[in-house]
Design a protein around this ligand. Structure first.
Ligand SMILES: Cc1cc2nc3c(=O)[nH]c(=O)nc-3n(C[C@H](O)[C@H](O)[C@H](O)COP(=O)(O)OP(=O)(O)OC[C@H]3O[C@@H](n4cnc5c(N)ncnc54)[C@H](O)[C@@H]3O)c2cc1C
Length: 372
């Protein structure tokens, strides 16, 4: 079978790329090891925060603004509740780089934010923070339902004619400018490839029978905790939040029925392969690392109810890699904070493959060349 575009990895970005490619009438195939719902990507665990006032830096904001438009459009087209616009509360020392970036991007991009004092944060949300901290609430943003988004994007892509192949890729060869992809069950010919296989994209790079550059992406094991609580409820206008303290970012979601979900941005374990990924509870700190710090800030949090494990795809500078690694093979990865961008990156990937080039601003910030 011959395709205009083959998307390898139909997760966060790949599912949206498949949707946009098929919407443009491209003959599209999405290949993955697993059919969602599954817990082998970086997007499971129900939800991901969406924010535009961005502590990670202003270079991300044009993509975030485009993603915001596309999330809204996607929600309308799909008829699904995808986005909870409960707001995002950033909390931390106003002198930290993260909080300064949040404040600066709010100003530079005229974002809908408001400053909150520690007293106000405590009064409104029951979160107690040190007196020298500040809060910046970004209204209109919030969180998206991640598993539901991926499943919906794939379903819409299939409805528009895309094929989905769940099979293990054994070898990719290049002949006459096209790519031959050999899987356990089929042989596929692709004019163009989008490689969006997340934390374990190296599995695909290692079966390409042609020269490729080194890509410095490593998986990092992360865990999530859910806590029982009758406070911090979505229905009571509790926002999603990111609190910077203790050298980490504690990010969380209001409870909408399954508990208050909280994760840690920095803490985790570096791994190399999928086989090294231990399950939740297999590491002693899984049930302790969040709880032992967060209760001082969120006194109404109850007992730990459950947890999950997921991976970040880490680059040395924690920035994305968006680059052509072969003439018609676009790599889109290293996304340790990338779910919120998924529709914008999917759209960008398909447009770049069609044009044969990336926008200058993308090359400037996200090229592979920055590591050499
Ligand atoms: C615990 C946790 C919390 C997070 N919180 C947030 C958040 O609040 N906000 C946010 O914006 N981001 C967040 N992120 C980051 C975000 O989830 C990721 O950046 C994003 O999901 C990465 O998307 P991706 O498309 O690169 O990879 P994925 O979504 O993981 O997709 C990769 C796909 O490739 C497939 N695949 C892998 N190997 C192969 C192979 N060999 N062959 C074929 N297919 C393969 C996988 O099965 C998967 O479907 C979080 C991540 C974690 C782990």
């Amino acid at each position: 079978m011959k395709y205009d575009v083959v998307i390898i990895g139909s997760g966060s970005v790949g599912s949206f790329a498949g949707y946009y490619a098929s919407r443009q009438g491209l003959k599209t195939c999405l290949i993955d090891n697993f059919l969602p719902p599954h817990s082998n990507g970086s997007y499971h665990g129900d939800t991901r925060i969406f924010r535009i006032a961005y502590g990670e830096g202003e270079k991300y904001i044009p993509l975030l603004q485009r993603a915001f438009e596309l999330w809204g459009e996607f929600e309308q087209t799909s008829g699904q509740k995808i986005f909870e616009r409960c707001g995002v509360l950033n909390i931390g020392d106003p002198a930290s780089a993260f909080m300064r970036n949040v404040a600066q991007s709010s100003k530079d991009f005229a974002l809908d934010t408001m400053l909150l004092s520690p007293q106000k944060i405590s009064q409104l949300y029951g979160i107690n923070v040190p007196d020298h901290f500040t809060g910046i609430l970004e209204r209109g943003t919030g969180f998206v339902y991640s598993d539901k988004s991926v499943e919906t994007a794939i379903r819409l892509a299939v409805g528009l004619g895309a094929d989905v192949l769940i099979s293990c890729i054994r070898r990719i060869e290049k002949q006459g400018g096209a790519y031959y992809i050999y899987t356990d069950s089929s042989q596929i010919l692709a004019d163009k490839i989008l490689l969006s296989a997340g934390s374990f994209a190296s599995e695909i790079l290692s079966v390409c029978a042609f020269d490729l550059p080194q890509i410095p992406v490593k998986p990092k094991r992360k865990m999530l905790n859910w806590f029982y609580s009758s406070s911090y409820q979505l229905r009571d206008a509790m926002p999603a939040f990111i609190m910077e303290f203790n050298g980490d970012h504690f990010y969380g979601f209001p409870d909408f029925g399954s508990g208050v979900k909280i994760g840690l941005n920095v803490f985790g374990q570096d791994i190399t392969t999928r086989d090294e990924l231990l399950g939740f509870g297999d590491i002693e700190s899984d049930k302790r690392a969040i709880a032992e710090h967060i209760r001082a800030f969120m006194p109404s949090l109850g007992e730990l109810c459950t947890g999950a494990v997921c991976t970040y795809a880490m680059t040395p500078d924690e920035g994305f890699i968006i680059d052509f690694i072969d003439s018609c093979l676009l790599y889109l990865g290293g996304l340790s904070h990338g779910f919120k961008f998924a529709p914008a990156l999917g759209e960008l990937g398909i447009s770049a493959l069609q044009r044969g080039e990336l926008p200058q601003e993308i090359c400037r910030h996200f090229s592979l060349g920055r590591f050499s």
